[in-house]
Design a protein around this ligand. Structure first.
Ligand code: F6P
Length: 318
């Protein structure tokens, strides 16, 4: 009987549970034995594995977070940790590992694949910064931010204020761009494009001159310190300015239909890859079609920003 283990790693993302469910159920459907690894790579090093049944994944498709829990494992960056993880898998006769997570987790998967474990990656991170694919959790996060923008827009208009909304994304502006465009933000600051403060001020001022009721500025984390930005806007325009930092609100919550469907499709395909003898790939989605990309290419690639979206936002927010 073929055996596989599944783990979630790095920052949790809504839809991870739907992916775990799909992996477990597809594996059982194909008469494979499937183990859940608790607390990501940290748990793999500690040998924290448990066999999963159909019931282990019942009633989780709609839940955010991950029932397997997760970690950002420092030990797995070291040779010793990876060796121990491999040993724990092989001791149980497990030669296949499904890794659900973002860039750091897929790199971890790649490293253990180099020691002979067959690793199938499933991209899951709100940041959507994994190359060649959309990631599970991104759609939910964007919708959470959009919901927040809608709420803030009400109060911003009522008071005639400028609002700075800081969103997550690590080094990637995808959440900021998508939520900014969908939410009709006046300005979007992302790490991939140099911030033009003068243009930002000109826009706020032009809006005020036209009698606009508010200005909403979406800032991807790390691009510009939001307190400094608040002071700068106040100094240059005299506009009452408030800050909302959305933080980890973006990581939780019930996954959207799009994330649940993507997670279900990717989870099943990961198991199909194992059944068909495909090795060391990541499942990706492009133009609504699933495909596989060698893990080696994933860890060596870097995502190019959606500059067309930035241009769209710029034009529509005049
Ligand atoms: O990678 C997902 C993410 O939420 C990033 O957007 C953010 O920079 C980081 O994780 C926060 O990590 P932590 O939850 O460990 O503070």
């Amino acid at each position: 009987m073929q055996k596989l283990a599944v783990l979630t790693s790095g920052g949790d993302a809504s839809g991870m549970n739907a992916a775990i469910r799909a992996v477990v159920r597809s594996a059982i459907y194909l008469k494979m034995q499937v183990y859940g690894v608790y607390q990501g790579f940290e748990g793999l090093i500690a040998g924290n594995l448990k066999e999963m049944t159909l019931g282990s994944v019942a009633d989780i498709i709609h839940r955010g977070g991950t029932i397997l829990q997760t970690s950002r494992s420092e030990s797995f960056r070291q040779e010793k940790g990876i060796e121990q993880a491999k040993k724990n898998l092989l001791e149980q006769g497990i030669e296949n590992l499904v890794v659900i997570g973002g860039n750091g987790s897929l790199r971890g998967g790649y490293e253990i694949s180099r020691l002979g474990i067959n690793v199938i990656g499933i991209p899951a991170t709100i940041d959507n910064d994994v190359v060649y694919t959309r990631s599970i959790g991104y759609d939910t996060a964007v919708n959470t931010v959009l919901d927040a923008i809608n709420h803030i827009r009400d109060t911003a208009s009522s008071h005639g204020r400028v609002f700075i909304i800081e969103v997550m994304g690590r080094d990637c502006g995808e959440i900021a761009l998508a939520a900014g465009v969908a939410g009709g933000a006046e300005s979007i600051l992302i790490p991939e494009i140099e911030t033009d403060l003068e243009q930002l001020i000109t826009k706020i001022q032009a809006g005020m001159d036209r009698g606009k009721l508010h200005s909403i500025i979406i800032v991807a984390e790390g691009v510009y310190p939001v307190m400094d930005l608040q002071n700068y806007i106040l100094e240059k325009t005299g506009q009452d300015t408030r800050i909302t930092i959305l933080g980890h609100i973006q990581r939780g919550g019930t996954p959207t239909a799009a994330d649940r469907i993507l997670a279900s499709q990717m989870g099943k395909m990961a198991v199909d890859c194992i059944a068909n003898g495909q090795k060391n790939v990541m499942i990706a989605v492009r133009e609504e079609r699933l495909l596989t990309i060698p893990l080696r290419e994933v860890v060596n690639g870097s995502k190019t920003p959606e500059l067309e979206m930035f241009e769209l936002a710029r034009i529509l927010s005049i």
